[in-house]
Design a protein around this ligand. Structure first.
Ligand code: MIG
Length: 817
């Protein structure tokens, strides 16, 4: 029997402090312990409390907590006392666990779940994680260690893992680096990085989560620490991967795979998924810094409709405000905002406006006055207000880590909501301060009652701002879904917002960086992401702009945006030829809306990433680990954006199986590379064989047309394939009460037949009655079509595709050759 130690009540018995040894030296300073790195020592004892196990080396304590069958959390308390168990990242604390136990062996303790064994070796306190077959997925290289920080208090905390010779690494949010992070070191400290460069670090977001691919098997590590954190992926030493922090607790989650997509899903189990956006938020958005005055905004909107280029939203950047005061209007530019927004809405445009965290120090400005009276603004260590210059001039900043401040902030949107504003854009929330970059370290924060300096709160400041925004809007809009977008983020921000990648540049290199960043964000839990299409700063030519719009169709968030000093950036700004191609591709986005919306549902409901890199689709093939340009949007559509000027063709790798080239439905065999022609009005887009992809008619905005009948493109595939189609009201929360429809189409194809079954889930009913099936590349001539046992007719359209009309309620269609 092991002695059971109560982790809370440990007394340090290593040194006897008696009057004798305290007073016998003349200069007690000589006796001070030196500051050095300390490592965990041999385990002396262990104890258990429900799903949590404690291991103790006489001074330090380690907690190993079973979160789910596949997720285990490790925490270190250098002096035996854990910090309060608090996290902004974690969505939900308790989950179902089927079974767990701790087995003591001669040299180690084994904390076991149904899928993972966490082994803690007694002698050196090394921790490792094994799968059921005993394969080591992830193991300490050295015991967890720390070093006292006498200036700020607490510890620098370190964890160093072994690195397998070919191990590949993914994740970490918005890093502008190679897709596989191996051989690189990164810092997480949210930073306003105008015109950032390839490999510049840190950037705007802190997502301290990575995925390791160890000999083809994936696992994840989520280091939930809000201080400045560092990750070194076999850069300093090829056999080591380390992560460390300048403060807080060494606390991480091991997330089991072995499939990368499941690691991502389980990371979402911890940190939550994206809210389901309103349908209009996944349409095409037009933005710039800035559209003003009103006549200008109206003109842009009119041009879209005149030229029949679909668009759902138009953005107002900082110039709509009165002297950059948040929640006010510049009445000279916008004399009657309500009327303007109303007219725009009638024409199918939603209006999205910017809100910054810096509030102008101005005794006549109601927001500042309220914040001041209620003591909502951040203060320095010595109690001065945190003041800094941003757009409005001298500013103070709300402490969004205070729940009361968040509540207040949420109510401030009321006026703009009443004016009809449909979405909000939170910028500069790293937080950014002109001149000095951000707040000084000594600024104090409430941290939801946990208290902390800016060292601890910096990386969550933006997240808490957009959280306050989202929660406030949810109340103000009642049953309508809000739309929010933020620049800064911490792990878990997906519960409150979409993101964009900040101030990129109008260069081909930045187009490529965007392709890397969006895939990376997607496997890091932030699927609803986009770049400034066209590049924020600098001037794209028509070709770059157009290629970027093409990538934009397959960016979860699709918005053109640019800096104030650039030339026009509307889809027609580069001449007719480019306009035509841009229009074609924006229309493609609208045709794909039912598919895109369904992919968002798969993220919201089931935690699947929206963009899926090849390394995630086929992690078992080593040559895929370095692939960067091909990715799928959802499961069925794979693209490879064109990233070079004048490019005539492109080598594209297709994962195993058959793929249809979107523009002519030619079949390509996967599991190999193909040289694909890339004329300017096409891009490599492939649909997986066996897919059923619903298509909407082209609309000028998402609410323009009622669907009379739904076109289903059936891409013939052999064997069994499933496709999902999700629908609901498009803008309410009724889906939370099951008022939605999730359809599953199961196709099974042979050389002589195609069978399609439909399964329905949910309570929503569409208005249309029929499907129009377009059967693509049937390998046989149809002899007979049976719908739920009854024979029906079919025809061939002018392009030679078989078409079959069926009731939307069919259960089974059998097409025989
Ligand atoms: O200091 O609001 O990244 O999208 O247009 C620049 C003006 C502030 C930075 C954002 C950009 C936005 C710009 N903002």
């Amino acid at each position: 029997m092991k002695e059971n130690l109560d982790p809370g009540e440990e007394t340090n018995t290593n040194e006897e402090s008696t009057l004798d040894n305290v007073h016998h030296v003349n200069n007690p300073v000589l006796d001070l312990p030196q500051i050095e790195k300390k490592y965990l020592d041999e385990i002396k004892s262990y104890s258990q409390s429900e799903n949590t196990y404690y291991f103790y080396d006489g001074v330090a304590k380690v907690e190993v907590k079973v979160i789910t069958d596949e997720i285990i959390r490790v925490r270190l308390a250098p002096q035996g006392t854990f910090l309060e168990d608090f996290s902004y990242a974690i969505a939900k604390k308790t989950h179902r666990i089927s079974r767990h136990q701790c087995i003591e062996e001669e040299d180690a303790y084994l904390v076991k779940t149904n899928t993972v064994t966490c082994k803690i070796s007694k002698k050196d306190f090394l921790i490792s994680f094994e799968n059921r077959e005993g394969k080591i997925m992830n193991a300490d290289h050295s015991p967890m260690h720390w070093e006292e920080n006498p200036d700020a208090g607490g510890y620098y905390v370190y964890c160093t893992k072994q690195t397998e010779s070919k191990e590949a690494f993914y994740g970490l949010g918005d890093k502008a680096s190679t897709f596989n992070l191996r051989g690189r070191r990164f810092t997480n400290w949210n930073s306003d990085t105008y015109a950032f460069a390839f490999n510049q670090d840190p950037l705007y977001k802190t997502i301290p989560f990575y995925i390791g691919l160890n000999d083809g098997d994936a696992y994840g590590i989520f280091f939930d620490n809000t201080f400045k954190t560092y990750f070194d992926f076999a850069s300093e030493d090829p056999v080591k991967t380390s992560f460390w922090s300048e403060g807080g607790e060494l606390q991480y989650y091991y997330i089991h795979g072995p499939h990368m997509i499941d690691v991502v899903r389980r990371y979402h189990v911890l940190t939550g998924t994206h809210y389901l956006p309103p349908l209009w938020a996944i349409g095409y958005h037009q933005c710039r810094w800035s559209y003003y005055p009103e006549a200008n905004v109206r003109h842009v909107a009119e041009e879209f409709r005149k030229r029949q280029i679909p668009c759902d939203a138009i953005y107002l950047d900082i110039d709509y405000m009165d002297g950059y005061r948040c929640f006010t209007w510049n009445k000279q530019y916008f004399p009657d905002p309500k009327k303007m927004i109303f007219d725009l809405a009638n024409d199918g445009f939603k209006t999205v406006v910017m809100i910054d965290p810096g509030l102008k120090v101005d005794e006549n400005y109601w927001v500042f006055k309220e914040g001041k009276e209620n003591k909502y603004f951040c203060r320095r260590g010595d109690d001065y207000f945190m003041e800094g210059y941003v757009w409005p001039g001298r500013c103070q900043f709300p402490d969004f880590t205070n729940p009361e401040v968040r509540e207040w902030w949420g109510t401030l949107y009321q006026g703009l909501v009443e004016d009809g504003v449909a979405g909000f854009w939170n910028d500069m929330n790293e937080p950014a301060v002109f001149g000095r970059g951000t707040f000084p370290d000594d600024v104090r924060h409430n941290f939801d009652g946990q208290r902390g300096s800016h060292r601890k709160a910096h990386n969550v400041y933006g997240m808490q701002m957009v959280r306050a925004t989202y929660d406030g809007l949810k109340k103000l809009y009642k049953n309508k879904r809000p739309f929010t977008i933020t620049r800064a983020a911490y792990a878990g921000t997906q519960r409150y917002s979409s993101v964009w990648t900040g101030d990129n540049m109008a260069t081909w290199e930045h187009l490529k960086i965007g392709v890397l960043q969006l895939q990376r964000l997607s496997v890091s839990g932030i699927s609803f992401c986009g770049t400034d299409i066209g590049g924020f700063t600098g001037e794209p030519d028509g070709e770059l702009y157009t290629r970027w719009v093409q990538f934009g169709v397959f960016s979860p968030f699709m918005r053109v945006h640019s800096a104030g000093d650039t030339r026009d950036r509307e889809p027609w700004s580069f001449g007719e030829d480019w306009e035509k191609i841009c229009k074609k591709f924006i229309e493609l986005r609208y045709k794909l809306l039912p598919y895109i919306y369904s992919v968002f549902w798969e993220q919201t409901r089931y935690g699947y990433p929206i963009l899926r890199p090849i390394s995630l689709i086929e992690q078992h093939i080593e040559s895929n680990w370095q692939r960067e340009e091909e990715f799928s949007f959802g499961e069925k559509i794979l693209v490879s954006p064109v990233l070079n000027p004048g490019q005539q063709s492109k080598i594209v790798y297709l994962p195993e199986g058959d793929w249809y080239y979107y523009f002519n439905n030619h079949i390509f065999q996967g599991g190999q590379e193909h040289n694909i022609e890339t004329p300017l009005d096409e891009m490599p887009i492939f649909v997986k064989a066996g897919s059923v992809i619903a298509e909407y008619p082209v609309m000028q905005h998402t609410g323009e047309k009622k669907i009379e009948e739904l076109l289903l493109n059936v891409y013939f595939g052999k064997g069994i394939n499933k496709s999902y189609l999700y629908t609901d009201h498009g803008d309410t929360f009724a889906y939370e009460q099951d008022v939605y429809l999730e359809k599953c189409f199961i196709t099974s194809g042979t050389d002589h037949s195609l069978d399609i079954k439909q399964q329905l889930k949910g309570l929503f009913t569409e208005r249309y009655e029929e499907y129009d099936l377009k059967l693509i590349q049937l390998p046989f001539d149809i002899q007979k079509v049976l719908v739920d046992g009854k024979e029906i007719g079919y025809q061939k359209d002018e392009s030679g595709y078989y078409r079959v009309r069926v009731s939307k309620d069919f259960e089974d269609i059998l097409i025989q050759g």
